[in-house]
Design a protein around this ligand. Structure first.
Ligand SMILES: [Fe+2]
Length: 301
């Protein structure tokens, strides 16, 4: 089955909308964890729904981040200020990126594009992304006991070098961030392939996730899949990644190996003409350019 990423997904999992930028609350018997921090402009909304779902007397113990993109860490600082004792966990690479003013400037610029989300900040709070500390560096084989649920950390690079996925074996629920791709199109039927840092790492990460055989798949954007749909999605995502690489190679070939021209032609055909991709065009082209350059061998391994 497939459902939008909002509301109760499982007795222990709540997806907190906006469905396109969801964050996931996982409640154990002893500890509570939020996965990802979405975009900055939704900070007040995320906070309100987490509070409502937990009740006034329940603390939020952990916030774990899947990767260092602005639409996955946007409200981390905001939530940390509001939940006392909240510990933020992420890959250690993310911690060093957070210290770079140029990275934060870019993230604030990208966040600022989401004018449609200003309505979720009715008190016009200052939601500028500021550096925040990583309290818990997360690594492969990290284990966190929430009480009846264990959060198992998997390093799943390929989308970014710092991509992590979180798996809860007791309920077979996997939170891959964007390590497994994104469902796109108006019906959510097309898979957008998301390797940015490394094609080969992305393939290896997908295989690692397929081997887990998750029964619930809470994607980084838009959708939650379960049962057969979860399994089929991961297999399709792998097949789509192979196909996408071939597509990029075709555009590169017709552009005579010129990565810039191949990117422009591919963006025109795939984004402008075919359409159905929700991502901002500027983000789409930035990502596509990285993918084309990577396949052209211009970005290192
Ligand atoms: Fe991302």
């Amino acid at each position: 089955m497939r459902q939008q990423a909002k509301g109760q997904i499982h007795e222990r999992i709540t997806a907190i909308p906006n469905a396109w930028y969801p964050i996931y609350l996982v409640r154990g018997e002893k500890r509570n964890l939020v996965i990802d921090a979405g975009v900055n402009l939704l900070g007040p909304r995320y906070y309100e729904v987490i509070r409502e779902t937990l009740g006034d007397d329940q603390p939020l113990h952990y916030l774990f981040l899947t990767h260092s993109h602005y639409d996955h860490i946007g409200s981390a600082g905001y939530l940390k200020e509001r939940f006392s004792g909240l510990k933020i966990g992420a890959h250690e690479r993310l911690a060093s990126l957070m210290q770079k003013p140029t990275v934060l400037d870019m993230m604030n610029r990208l966040s600022g594009n989401h004018v449609e989300l200003h309505k979720y900040n009715p008190d016009a709070e200052d939601l500028t992304l500021c550096p925040f500390d990583i309290d818990i560096p997360l690594k492969q084989e990290g284990r966190f006991d929430l009480g009846g649920l264990t959060c198992c950390v998997y390093e799943t690079p390929g989308h970014t070098k710092d991509s992590l996925s979180f798996y809860f074996p007791e309920i077979q629920a996997l939170f891959p961030g964007e390590s497994a791709g994104v469902l796109q199109g108006t019906t959510g039927s097309e898979i957008q392939v998301e390797f940015l840092s490394s094609y080969q790492d992305y393939i290896d990460s997908l295989k690692q996730m397929i081997a887990l055989r998750p029964a619930i798949l809470c994607l980084g954007h838009g959708w939650v899949l379960d049962g057969k749909d979860a399994e089929v999605f991961l297999q399709r995502s792998l097949a789509e990644t192979y196909r996408y690489r071939e597509l990029i190679e075709t555009y590169l070939m017709s552009a005579g190996g010129d990565a810039q021209r191949a990117t422009e032609e591919m963006a025109y055909t795939e984004y402008d003409v075919k359409g159905g991709i929700f991502q901002e065009k500027i983000s789409y082209v930035t990502n596509l350019s990285a993918q084309v350059r990577h396949i052209a061998g211009l970005n290192g391994p």
